[in-house]
Design a protein around this ligand. Structure first.
Ligand SMILES: Nc1ncnc2c1ncn2[C@@H]1O[C@H](COP(=O)(O)OP(=O)(O)OP(=O)(O)O)[C@@H](O)[C@H]1O
Length: 247
């Protein structure tokens, strides 16, 4: 394996009963990049994220995290991942700090210093002694990212990280992700249906539609290849072509 590769998804397919929802997908994510997994509602993003975390099984292909096969070497693979899938849950009547302390019990060797460090990283140190019920949605999301970082994972997976946030909250999360990737060399895999969000946050993107991977690359590369000048037009055209093939 190339040391630079943190996530490998190789020829992966998944069906629910007879309904194939992921079709032979292959891509890889490199150390330190912010990778956007973009697709309309129902494309299969959450399904793939859950497969990557070992939460659901799949019939075909291999998923490796930092070289560890999620099926054959589950413990080593998940040790390398931090994730937020859906809205992170916290005990509302406990402080942010105490919530993290509780979460830290799950891992070996996470110290008080590690908790302080992740709170600092997401700029939540000042509010960490306040009860979570007093936090805004954006603050809860930042605390969720702190929790995902506690065991120093190689890869952080965020499923729709700005869902429900106002524009200011969205920008804060976006800037935090970019900052952590650049300053801490943390690799992010972000699933989203928000084009603008992915365009401004991610180094490279994969476009998923009806369980099929239609394109991968930087936004600039994709636009150049298709001779398009705006990402929204490109995306709608690309997914429309695919839809038309099926009518
Ligand atoms: N447990 C399940 N049983 C049967 N079908 C499922 C199950 N989970 C997901 N699906 C189907 O798989 C397809 C992909 O769903 P998924 O939730 O992964 O899409 P998504 O891209 O995350 O969409 P959204 O942006 O709306 O969350 C959909 O057709 C969905 O109905």
């Amino acid at each position: 394996m190339n040391d630079n590769v943190v996530l490998q998804v190789n020829n992966v397919a998944k069906s629910f009963a007879k309904n194939k929802v992921i079709h032979d997908i292959t891509f890889e994510v490199r150390q330190g990049e912010v990778y956007g997994f973009l697709g309309p509602n129902g494309a299969g993003k959450t399904t793939l994220v859950r497969m990557m975390l070992g939460l659901i099984d799949f019939q075909q292909g291999i998923i490796k995290i930092h070289g560890h096969d999620i099926k054959k070497d589950f413990k080593s693979a998940v040790r390398e991942v931090g994730a937020i899938v859906e809205t992170p849950y916290f005990y509302p009547y406990m402080s942010g700090y105490d919530n993290l302390r509780l979460a830290a019990n799950v891992y070996d060797g996470v110290t008080k210093e590690n908790i302080d460090e992740v709170l600092e990283m997401v700029q939540m140190k000042k509010r960490s002694k306040d009860k979570v019920r007093t936090y805004s949605l954006g603050m809860r999301q930042r605390l969720g990212i702190a929790r995902a970082l506690l065991h120093k994972p190689k890869l952080v997976i965020l499923d729709e990280p700005t869902n429900g946030l106002d524009p200011q909250g969205m920008r804060e999360i976006r800037e935090l992700i970019r900052q952590l990737a650049i300053e801490r060399d943390i690799t992010f895999f972000i699933s989203s249906h928000l084009l603008k969000e992915v365009e401004v946050t991610c180094d490279r993107v994969a476009i998923l539609n009806e369980g099929k991977l239609l394109a991968t690359g930087t936004v600039q590369e994709l636009l150049k290849e298709a001779n398009a000048d705006n990402f929204e037009d490109y995306f709608i055209e690309l997914t429309k072509k695919e839809r038309e093939l099926h009518v």
